[in-house]
Design a protein around this ligand. Structure first.
Ligand SMILES: Nc1ncnc2c1ncn2[C@@H]1O[C@H](COP(=O)(O)OP(=O)(O)OP(=O)(O)O)[C@@H](O)[C@H]1O
Ligand SMILES: [Mg+2]
Length: 266
């Protein structure tokens, strides 16, 4: 157990890190602020990044911080959904048995949204993760969903979250009607070298590590391999810690990191 060897109280570099211990980069802070603004004005927001750069984690932090007294959150992660499954997925999360036909399910959803707004005085926030996988048909349905009251007001906030190709798709002429309805756009870039070091420090601090484990040169190699993407940083750091503990080495240097990258990682 490398945790014991390094005197760690938790396992760093996994996605079990609690949302109040996350590395709060300036971009993450800004994204959270924009999303807060979007939901307080019932807007349509899109969050994109390259693979493994922290989109779902940012959403996890965002929803954890939202006051459930005021917001009903629907989270849909299976984006290969057809339009009718999209409606059904939302209705099920609202605790309503969906009607069979798409139009009936759509009317049912609109009714539920009105009850939640008008009677419960709460707002619905629908988050669609992995949205780059959505079919064109489902994008069209989203457009109609946001269009329900002749554009006077959105019936709910909608946040589409996906890899960069989501934005590439939305830039196409055939998606113009959806694209024009986007109010807030957030792009999460990879970390730079300095942020990669701070990210590593943050995970180690969460595990109550009080001393240096990764040398500066080791961090250079981690950055080179990961290009500053959080999941790739996690992978190389975790594997390096396991390898160092097996060899009873308390310091992870660049040689060890390169060996791990060349030998154990794809
Ligand atoms: N700010 C952060 N602080 C700590 N850990 C983070 C942070 N951002 C991301 N991570 C970690 O990095 C990993 C990848 O993050 P996440 O799953 O959010 O990326 P993603 O952009 O949603 O990936 P994908 O493109 O595959 O959907 C997770 O293990 C997560 O815990
Ligand atoms: Mg994700």
């Amino acid at each position: 157990m490398f945790e014991e060897f390094f005197d760690l109280t938790a396992t760093p570099f996994t996605n079990s890190i609690p949302s109040d211990k996350l590395y709060m980069s300036p971009i993450m802070r800004e994204t959270l602020g924009r999303l807060k603004f979007a939901v307080s004005h019932r807007m349509f927001a899109v969050v994109t990044s390259d693979v493994g750069c922290g989109k779902t984690t940012t959403i996890r932090k965002f929803t954890n911080d939202l006051d459930r007294k005021n917001y009903e959150i629907l989270y849909i992660a299976n984006s290969k959904l057809s339009p009718s499954w999209f409606y059904k997925g939302m209705l099920k999360q609202l605790g309503v048995e969906p009607k069979f036909y798409r139009d009936a399910a759509s009317r049912q959803l609109h009714r539920e949204l009105e009850i939640i707004r008008g009677v419960q005085h709460r707002d619905v926030v629908c988050i669609v993760d992995e949205a780059h996988l959505l079919s064109k048909e489902t994008f069209e349905e989203i457009r109609f969903l946001l269009n329900s009251k002749m554009d006077s007001e959105n019936p709910m906030s909608l946040i589409l979250v996906g890899q960069n190709e989501l934005w590439d798709k939305l830039k196409l002429q055939s998606y113009a009607a959806v694209r024009q309805r986007i109010d807030i756009k957030c792009e999460i870039p990879q970390y730079d070298r300095a942020e990669t070091a701070r990210y590593i420090e943050c995970h180690l601090k969460y595990a109550a590590c009080t001393r240096e484990i990764f040398t500066e040169k080791a961090i250079d190699e981690i950055y080179r391999y990961s290009a500053g993407a959080a999941r790739a940083i996690n992978k190389v750091c975790l594997n390096s810690l396991i390898c160092a503990a097996q060899r009873k080495e308390k310091l992870v240097d660049d040689y060890l990191v390169v060996e791990v990258i060349d030998g154990e990682l794809p």
